[in-house]
Design a binder for this molecule. Structure first.
Ligand code: 8DG
Length: 143
């Protein structure tokens, strides 16, 4: 689907980790993919690196500063009207207070809870990778 008229749109997203859980955000009725859960982030702008984009988007959307930890595998996904490349990084909340600018809701989810979420389809392979590497990336599960 991607060609010179419809290039692949690079989108970054942050898997913010705290206390053995990860932060997911629910897209609002005003956004496309309304009601779907995703990792916060957004489109890379001209002249911006992926890391710069993600720090900017997290500040804009959540009002906090994060420290990026590690890249996970990018996912190419074709939606009916566009193709995105979703580029994930794990991250840690560094400072600031959560204040939602665009999303309806954010929640911290543990490994089991992630399976029952209505995710944006492009996020499903990222959640699979996260599940496989959970203890290394997120930490031990509480019993
Ligand atoms: N941010 C983000 N977008 C995602 C994820 N999964 C997924 O399919 N997307 C899609 C939704 C959108 O079509 C596109 C990113 O758009 P966006 O609306 O978050 O980005 P943005 O803030 O830069 O957008 P815009 O207002 O400039 O249009 O990627 C995800 O985990 N995080």
């Amino acid at each position: 689907m991607s060609n010179s008229k419809n290039p692949i749109i690079p989108v970054t997203c942050a898997i913010i980790i705290q206390g053995g859980k990860v932060l997911l955000a629910k897209r609002s009725a005003l956004m496309d993919l309304a009601g779907k859960w995703e990792f916060p982030g957004g489109k890379i702008e001209e002249g911006e690196s992926g890391e710069e984009c993600l720090l900017r988007e997290i500040k804009e959307e959540l009002g906090i500063q994060v420290e990026l930890l590690a890249p996970l595998s990018p996912v190419n996904f074709s939606y009916p009207t566009k193709v995105i490349q979703l580029i994930p990084f794990t991250a840690r909340w560094a400072s600031g207070e959560l204040r939602l600018a665009e999303h309806d809701q954010v929640e911290w989810y543990d490994q089991n809870q992630l399976n029952s979420l209505d995710l944006a389809p492009a996020d499903i392979p990222i959640v699979h990778e996260l599940q496989e590497k959970w203890v290394k990336l997120v930490g031990p599960n509480e019993s």
